[in-house]
Design a binder for this molecule. Structure first.
Ligand SMILES: Nc1ncnc2c1ncn2[C@@H]1O[C@H](COP(=O)(O)OP(=O)(O)O)[C@@H](O)[C@H]1O
Ligand SMILES: [Mg+2]
Length: 328
């Protein structure tokens, strides 16, 4: 199944996952990687066993996908992840039928402003691929330049290897990845890039590397490191959220925390967000909303604290004055 926009023909042979791992059936911890191409899931290869395993795998995958669907907006990101899921699943089925399977190269570039959902989606991807048997653990290790780059020769490779080791079986998510290339040839950042590239080769079947950051900076980074581009076949753009999306995100954050907004508070929230979108260069950004929600909850607490007791309704209610916030 062709994955249109995302899988680009690569000039250079990319790292591949030759044999997707069968469904993870161990509730705790992961079993050691099974070698070889026998895709039958070990003891469960009897047809009864396999269908039972598949049913639960399917349920767990669907649960994760519905979490993805619950995210506000991100239409193209959601579509892309469903394409990826279908692609991985079909390659697994083809492998089971001993058909030639496309190599699974799942390293990704996430481009977008802060607060556009990159880390949230990376987390979901890790768990999804774990349930699909591609990753052993599916956890995510988030790091940035300071976690990778050291202070003397050799230190950087060591620090980078440590992060890679922690991420094995899951996702290594590097924020503002271009900062590794900023210092030029003499900078230790280059050493980190080399160590990462090596890890992508060595750990190709049990690590997904995601490089994230601002769109233009990522473009620059890939241009200055042509060898890298071909190793990351999946590029996902995270657009800024619109006013309506930000409002929906805000409402869902309040709901999750069991707060409700009075109609005046809803109006006030809309006005604040409108103002923000005009003022702030990266206002289309859910992190600002989260700050606003948390700050509002604290303001409500201060207001209620002045009374000796509060009703259940009062405890839940956010009024416009709680949202009166001028320094987002
Ligand atoms: N589409 C969305 N729907 C609901 N909440 C979101 C959405 N995108 C981001 N968030 C929330 O906004 C905050 C910042 O998101 P995050 O994934 O850390 O952004 P980034 O990694 O791009 O900076 C998190 O609390 C996250 O749960
Ligand atoms: Mg992030």
């Amino acid at each position: 199944m062709p994955i249109r926009v995302t899988f680009r023909p690569d000039r250079q042979a990319p790292p591949v996952v030759e044999s997707p791992q069968p469904a993870e059936t161990h509730p705790q911890g992961a079993p050691p990687l099974r070698k070889g191409s026998g895709a039958a899931p070990g003891k469960n290869s009897a047809s009864f066993g396999r269908s039972a395993v598949q049913a639960t795998e399917k349920e767990r995958v669907n649960e994760i996908l519905s979490e993805l669907d619950e995210l506000i907006g991100l239409i193209s990101v959601k579509r892309l992840i469903r394409e990826l899921q279908a692609y991985v699943e079909i390659q697994k089925r083809r492998t089971r039928e001993k058909l030639v399977a496309e190599p699974l190269v799942l390293h990704m570039i996430f481009r977008g402003n802060p607060g556009t959902g990159k880390t949230t989606v990376a987390r979901i991807i890790g768990r999804l691929f774990k349930e699909m048997g591609v990753l052993q653990k599916g956890h995510i290790i988030e790091c940035e330049r300071a976690d990778l780059v050291g202070e003397y020769i050799g230190h950087t490779a060591q620090k980078t290897r440590e992060q890679v080791k922690k991420a094995l079986g899951g996702v290594l998510f590097i924020d503002e990845a271009y900062s590794l290339a900023r210092g030029g040839e003499k900078d230790f950042g280059k050493e980190a890039i080399d160590a990462l590239v090596k890890a992508m080769e060595d750990q190709k079947d049990n690590l997904i590397l995601i490089l994230a950051g601002y769109r233009q900076e990522m473009e620059w980074f890939l241009q200055t490191n042509p060898g890298l581009r071909s190793r990351f076949p999946i590029h996902i753009d995270f657009p800024d959220y619109s006013l309506e999306e930000l409002l929906a995100i805000g409402r869902s954050m309040f709901n999750q925390r069991q707060y409700t907004l009075t109609p005046e508070a809803q109006e006030s929230l809309r006005r604040i967000l409108q103002g923000l979108l005009h003022l702030h260069p990266y206002a289309g950004n859910a992190r600002l909303i989260r700050n606003l929600v948390e700050r509002t909850v604290r303001k409500q607490a201060v207001r209620l604290f002045q009374n000796a007791s509060s009703t259940r309704e009062e405890l839940m209610e956010i009024i416009a004055a709680d949202l009166d916030w001028d320094e987002v």
